[in-house]
Design a protein around this ligand. Structure first.
Ligand code: APR
Length: 312
């Protein structure tokens, strides 16, 4: 039987992710949105490209109904509003919290064994909403942020040293916001630590650009936020799960004591396979890195507390 991936939200990130899942031949795709016609239209458009792109994945779009999402293996959730210039991801909290709760309840009813990949922002807080609204075990709720932030870090390192992006491994930990923690010490170019190849001031500038990578694109687009790279991130995670790759990727995962953090979704390296988050990898951090991760976790915790207040 072919695998099934449902993508909630047929906007920029959702439609791009749906297209990539189909074009990589990973699974049949169901695209769901509140908008009339848009998910069906985009799905048909992607299906009509299939003969040229050479895949046989079926893709359909639905408005406000989840029956076709039944028994999905993976559900990618992009529903919500994106940022506009001057907005932080946290400004989306109240609106996206309500949307997340509604869609996750629908999804959990028809696809009780699915693995949820949360993409909507503010990411780490939205993972909490999805975790609570679904009632799924922590292994099956995971957030896409670290893959994107690390891809940005990798792209900037590759530009700096002028080598293939494929040679670059990099980690960004922490919440998906200004407090994220690029870990240069564990980032390498063909196995060589970047700290040996790039001068400290240049490296600091690259780390800063990574932290502000989302805002840089919002500032250029003006009408919304990034979507090609976010969609790629969600699809890399989807592929790792569907193919049971046991791939180590930085993702937002529910921590219960790991890294000294409790009951919070925060970005850390995890092993992704067909059971979802199969393991949380604890890498050794120095004092400065540990403090930066804790500070980032504290900002996530504040958002979670804000959500509790908003729900009252
Ligand atoms: N159910 C399904 N879809 C919904 C719902 C809902 N309850 N509410 C909103 N949507 C849809 C919108 O109709 C829209 O088509 O979600 C889609 C969001 O698409 P865009 O506005 O294009 O936003 P996008 O750039 O895709 O970002 C989506 O991902 O990266 C994050 O910060 C970003 O939170 C944002 C999310």
């Amino acid at each position: 039987m072919r695998k099934k991936v449902t993508v909630i939200g047929a906007g920029n990130v959702g439609a791009t992710a749906a297209m990539r899942v189909a074009e990589k031949g990973l699974a049949d795709v169901v695209l769901v949105d509140v908008l009339e016609g848009v998910p069906a239209g985009k799905a048909l458009d992607i299906a009509e490209a299939a003969p040229i792109e050479k895949h046989d994945c079926r893709i359909i779009g639905c408005t406000n109904q989840y029956a076709d999402a039944k028994d999905s293996d993976v559900v990618i959730i992009t529903a919500g509003i994106p940022r506009k210039p001057g907005m932080s991801r946290d400004d989306l909290l109240a609106t996206n919290m309500g949307i997340m709760k509604t869609v996750v309840k629908e999804v959990a009813a028809v696809a009780p064994n699915a693995i949820l990949i949360v993409v909507s922002n503010p990411l780490d807080a939205m993972c909490h909403v999805a975790f609570e609204a679904s009632g799924f075990p922590k292994e099956r709720v995971v957030g896409m942020a670290g893959v994107l932030d690390s891809a940005r870090f990798r792209a900037f390192i590759a530009m700096e040293v002028n080598v293939s992006v494929e040679n670059i491994h990099a980690f960004v930990l922490g919440g998906h916001g200004d407090t994220m923690v690029p870990i240069s010490r564990y980032s390498t170019v063909a196995g060589i630590p970047v700290t040996e190849l790039i001068a400290p001031d240049r490296l600091a500038a690259i780390e800063k650009r990574t932290r502000e990578g989302g805002a840089e694109i919002v500032g250029l687009l003006k009408t919304g936020s990034a979507y090609y790279a976010p969609a790629s991130g969600a699809v890399e995670m989807t592929e790792a799960i569907l193919k049971d790759k046991k791939k180590i990727l930085p993702c937002a995962a529910y921590l219960e004591g790991e890294y000294g953090i409790n009951n919070l979704f925060v970005g850390v390296p995890v092993k992704l396979g067909d059971r979802g988050v199969e393991e949380i990898i604890e890498i050794k951090l120095d004092d400065k890195e540990r403090k930066a991760l804790q500070h980032s976790a504290d900002t996530v915790k504040k958002l979670v507390e804000d959500m509790k207040r908003l729900s009252k």
